[in-house]
Design a protein around this ligand. Structure first.
Ligand code: ZN
Ligand code: ZN
Length: 372
């Protein structure tokens, strides 16, 4: 039997050794060390990078439930002094994935004590969530076809321990665009001899603002732009613009993508510029299926946890959307406190008191899902 203080210690160890998306080597080592002691029926490593799968089987065959947590940290320098501060400058767990891992590790300890009566439980520790690459990579290699899949995310801004759910879209879709524009550089004294991409960049930036409807979760947010070189004698000949698109559903994302693409083509054409468009960091919308979502809600009710049903999906994305696109599943939020700093801020730290709540939720969800 594992105590909560051991799981808190595990979370702190993971917090001290944060690793960026795709580089979760030490994180995986720490987890494997812990998981081996929980005697899963099967322990697989190096899944889609540094991913880990631990499988627990019941005596009677039945349904398969997958629970997923994410492993990666962020390129953010930690600004708070805590007992378990990040030991890697410029990298820290600011999305609370260290807490998600500790919760799933706690579930493995529960399953080590009491195997499911029937069916199979798959615990998936997934790398590279923040870049949107991990889930897709794992799904393409996975031998299992879960009947249900679940994940949770800690959510600052909600009361600690609150269970946050929504039927249908829970988190929006997002994708990045990299636009290059090529004209012709010229002497800064003779700008008309060249073709500067500057007017096109200005016009695109203003279009991105016009096309965004914050209230509907439709956004084109400029993340980076560069024009020419730092050379005072030269009028620029090329530019790069990077934008993140967000929309609540696949349809609205398609529509937004098409409009943006057309506008880029039109603007480049008008200004006599060559252009390229490439897409990156694609996250589908996370769509909660009705049955797994009702299982989450009834588990919370039975445990006596308060719930909040969201009116609108979150504007941010989760690469768990790759799972809900393929298997019936649902993502739920776990409130991290109303006064907590937001996710991805340098002073955020996952609240340890959520660990037993997350474990209890997952345990109830497993039982209910395997009864189906
Ligand atoms: Zn994040
Ligand atoms: Zn996250």
């Amino acid at each position: 039997m594992i105590s909560i203080s051991e799981l808190i210690e595990l979370r702190h160890t993971l917090h001290r050794e944060p690793e960026l998306s795709g580089n979760e080597e030490q994180t995986a080592k720490t987890l494997v060390q812990f998981l081996k002691r929980q005697h899963p029926d099967l322990l697989m490593t190096a899944i889609g990078g540094h991913g880990i799968i631990a499988v627990y089987r019941g005596e009677i065959p039945g349904r398969t439930v997958l629970l997923r947590c994410d492993m990666d940290a962020l390129p953010i320098h930690e600004t708070i002094k805590i007992s378990h501060s990040s030991t890697t400058g410029g990298v820290s767990h600011k999305c609370g994935h260290d807490g998600h891992m500790a919760i799933l590790a706690g579930v493995s300890a529960e399953l080590a004590d009491t195997r499911p009566a029937r069916g199979t439980v798959i615990l998936l520790f997934q790398p590279a969530e923040e870049t949107g690459q991990g889930a897709a990579r794992i799904i393409s290699r996975m031998e299992y076809h879960p009947d249900f899949c679940y994940a949770l995310h800690n959510l600052p801004g909600f009361p600690a321990g609150r269970v946050i759910t929504r039927d249908g879209p829970f988190a929006g879709a997002s994708r990045g665009i990299i636009v290059t524009l090529t004209g012709k550089s010229s002497h800064a004294a003779q700008p008309l001899e060249g073709i500067s991409p500057a007017p096109a960049v200005a016009s695109l930036i203003s279009y991105f603002n016009r096309v965004s409807i914050q209230a509907e979760g439709i956004m084109a947010t400029l993340v980076h732009a560069s024009i020419g070189k730092i050379a005072f004698g030269t009028s620029p000949g090329n530019a790069t613009v990077m934008v993140t698109l967000r929309a609540p559903t696949a349809e609205t994302m398609d529509d937004l993508s098409k409009r943006i693409e057309q506008q880029i083509k039109r603007t480049a054409g008008k200004e006599n510029l060559q252009h390229t468009i490439s897409w990156t960091e694609e996250f589908p919308a996370t769509i909660n299926a009705t049955l797994p979502n009702s299982i989450i809600r009834s588990t919370a009710e039975q445990l006596g946890y308060k719930t909040t049903i969201l009116e609108n999906p979150f504007p941010w994305s989760e690469d768990f959307g790759h799972f809900t696109e393929k298997y019936p599943g649902a993502l739920f939020g776990l409130g991290a406190g109303v006064d907590s700093p937001p996710l991805h801020s340098p002073d955020y730290d996952f609240p340890d008191r959520l660990i037993p709540i997350g474990i209890a939720m997952f345990k109830g969800i497993i039982e209910r899902s395997l009864e189906q």
